[in-house]
Design a protein around this ligand. Sequence first.
Ligand code: IDP
Ligand code: MG
Length: 132
Amino acid sequence: MMIKPDGVRRGLVGEIVQRLEAKGLTLKAMKLMHIDTDLAGQHYREHRDKPFYGELIQFITSGPVVAMVVQGREATSVVRLLMGATDPAKAAPGTIRGDLALDLTQNVVHGSDSPESAASEIQLYFTSEELV
Ligand code: IDP
Ligand code: MG
């Protein structure tokens, strides 16, 4: 999971981590970091042909993010439920995007969409020594 640059800029790190911990998920790794264009391209390679790709890369590299590994029962799908729909205008109240975002690009959080993509995204952002 990741808190995107808008979430860090707006001071929402504590609020978002609080929600993950309150749900019962466990933090296995967490770091504040800058994503460069190369890493952004790898992260969002599935979207490279989408019309919003350029805007997405510009946004995700626009400031520090908080990259996290969270563990727990059904963690990938639970995190997606806590995040809410991709478009914050359609995300249910009570979800992170439903409560804390309105813009479609600047939607506060990223979450892996399957255990397989979680595994490859964890490798993209963390060394094995960084996982507790
Ligand atoms: P997800 O983040 O909920 O998995 P994806 O479809 O994987 O959603 O899209 C990745 C990110 O690209 C979204 O979180 C959002 O920031 C951005 N995005 C998705 N669709 C659009 C769009 O139609 N216009 C602008 N940005 C978009
Ligand atoms: Mg996605």
